[in-house]
Design a protein around this ligand. Structure first.
Ligand SMILES: [Zn+2]
Length: 53
């Protein structure tokens, strides 16, 4: 189809419950910017490695 730029499907919404934020086609995360940070932080806390303390 000649689609060279990697984009996601348009009109996706954030996967976070009740978040109605529409995601950019350049955002390949299932979450919006705010919730993506939130989820990454949560995952980092659940990871037993790289504990800062
Ligand atoms: Zn969100």
């Amino acid at each position: 189809m000649g689609n060279k730029i990697r984009t996601s499907a348009p009109g996706r919404k954030c996967a976070f419950p009740r978040c109605k934020q529409v995601l950019s086609i350049y955002n390949h995360s299932p979450y919006c910017h705010i919730h993506r940070e939130k989820m990454e932080r949560k995952q980092a806390m659940q990871t037993p490695y790289h504990h800062p303390a």
